[in-house]
Write a protein that binds this ligand. Structure first.
Ligand code: HEM
Ligand SMILES: *[C@@H]1O[C@H](CO)[C@@H](O)[C@H](O)[C@H]1NC(C)=O
Ligand SMILES: *[C@@H]1O[C@H](CO)[C@@H](O)[C@H](O)[C@H]1NC(C)=O
Length: 359
């Protein structure tokens, strides 16, 4: 009895020393493990209300997530330069002028005043906004957030960010140079589950890449494998945009890069593995983003403030399905090792997918 008590006291003490004490007192009675994290609670309140329209997974969220990639993937420049350094916000005129980043001036210009107001570095702000934004999507990941990136940057050179018309060889080579395996490229592309386009096919502004652009679900990995037979453009437009291929569904846009990565032997099995496993998709995305969001930074100079990132709500549907009007036979199964799983088919006629409204 006595010795048992001692044992449990000792294990309690061990437990207490393993859990970091929340010693910093932040605004609104919140606490954090480091006082360096407190400012992020204030940024959180501000951007949820005033950037993400009350915590939505809408256009600003999608653009903010895309911005994390375009700031980070400019790596390496020279020996170890570039990466997530905020340069796309400091030199927006230059970097949003790159073909791969057309349109990102909008979100960079919207975000900048928040970064200045809270006096945080541009590099930190971009990654924080992306992590908070995607936590607003149903089934979303809870991304790690490390604070402390330097505010110093220089403009990145053009040519480092993949384009949708690039060959799979070229994309995998570029991503490989930044440290990502072919499977990790697929993992990162779970982001295209909450995504739409404006500039590949401008005649259908806001056309999403899957039927559920506010849900971080696996529909993207299913729908990209459907046979494409629709000209995804406004009536009267007869040419595909650069980097655009035929789509399976009215209102949905398909990137050539997504189409090919879904079918390439190097990436098809990872792609298919998410069709019936949204949890795996989220876990792999979180792991790949952990790597991406610190490119070019020294981990030892960063502080873990992940505790500030909200816990996302569950996805509306944990199971991916075949959209209405299509069947399992429309799937172009591409993983040689494993047959494509049989999915349930949504009943009803094929309807057009609505564009993501501009906000
Ligand atoms: C293979 C590499 C990739 C290519 C070629 C690619 C290409 C594109 C293109 C062309 C668009 C449409 C932009 C527009 O017209 O408005 C887009 C949107 C988007 N991309 Fe990617 N992307 C890639 C990887 C990534 C990664 C790694 C992320 C994030 C981790 C990401 C996040 C997004 C998001 C969230 C959108 C939607 C933006 C919105 O709805 O406004 N992409 N991507
Ligand atoms: C970061 O750099 C920009 C200029 O690129 C400057 O306007 C801003 O005040 C800096 N922010 C911090 C926190 O130093
Ligand atoms: C803003 O941040 C910079 C760099 O961290 C610091 O030198 C400066 O004193 C801060 N300004 C204010 C008004 O807090």
């Amino acid at each position: 009895m006595f010795s048992k008590t001692i044992v449990s006291l000792v294990s309690l003490a061990l437990l207490a020393s393993a859990t970091p004490a929340k010693k910093a007192k932040c605004s609104k009675g919140r606490t954090a493990s480091s006082d360096k994290c407190c400012v992020w609670f204030d940024v959180l309140d501000d951007i949820q209300e005033n950037l993400f329209d009350g915590g939505e997974c809408g256009e600003e969220t999608h653009e903010s997530l895309r911005l994390t990639f375009h700031d980070c993937i400019t790596f390496p420049i020279g020996k170890n330069g570039g990466g997530c350094d905020g340069s796309i916000m400091a030199f927006t005129d230059i970097e949003a002028g790159f073909d791969a980043s057309i349109g990102l001036d909008e979100i960079a210009n919207e975000q900048r005043p928040f970064a200045l107001k809270h006096n945080v570095s541009f590099g930190d702000f971009i990654q924080f906004a992306g992590a908070v934004g995607v936590s607003n999507c149903g089934g979303g990941p809870r991304l790690q957030f490390l604070a402390g990136r330097s505010n110093y940057s220089t403009a990145a050179p053009d040519g480092l960010i993949p384009l949708p018309e690039d060959s799979t060889d070229k994309i995998l080579k570029r991503m490989g140079a930044a440290g990502f395996s072919p499977n990790e490229v697929v993992d990162l592309l779970a982001s295209h589950s909450v995504a739409a386009q404006d500039h590949v096919q401008p005649s259908i502004h806001g056309s999403p890449f899957d039927s559920t652009p506010s849900e971080f679900d696996a529909q993207f990995f299913v729908e990209t494998l459907l046979k494409g037979d629709i000209m995804p453009a406004a009536p009267g437009v007869t040419t595909l945009g650069t980097g655009e291929v035929l789509s399976p569904y009215p209102g949905e846009l398909r990137l050539k890069s997504d189409f090919e990565l879904a079918r390439d032997p190097r990436t098809a099995c990872e792609w298919q593995s998410f069709a019936t496993n949204q949890k795996l998709m989220v876990a792999r995305f979180e792991a790949a983003m952990k790597k991406m969001t610190t490119l070019g930074n020294n981990l030892r100079s960063l502080t873990d403030c992940s505790e500030v990132i909200p816990v996302p709500k569950a996805a509306a549907s944990q199971k991916a399905h075949i959209p209405a009007g299509k069947t399992n036979k429309d799937i172009e199964a591409s993983c040689k090792r494993k047959p494509f799983p049989i999915l349930s088919v949504l009943p009803g006629p094929q309807t057009s997918i609505s564009p993501v409204p501009p906000s």
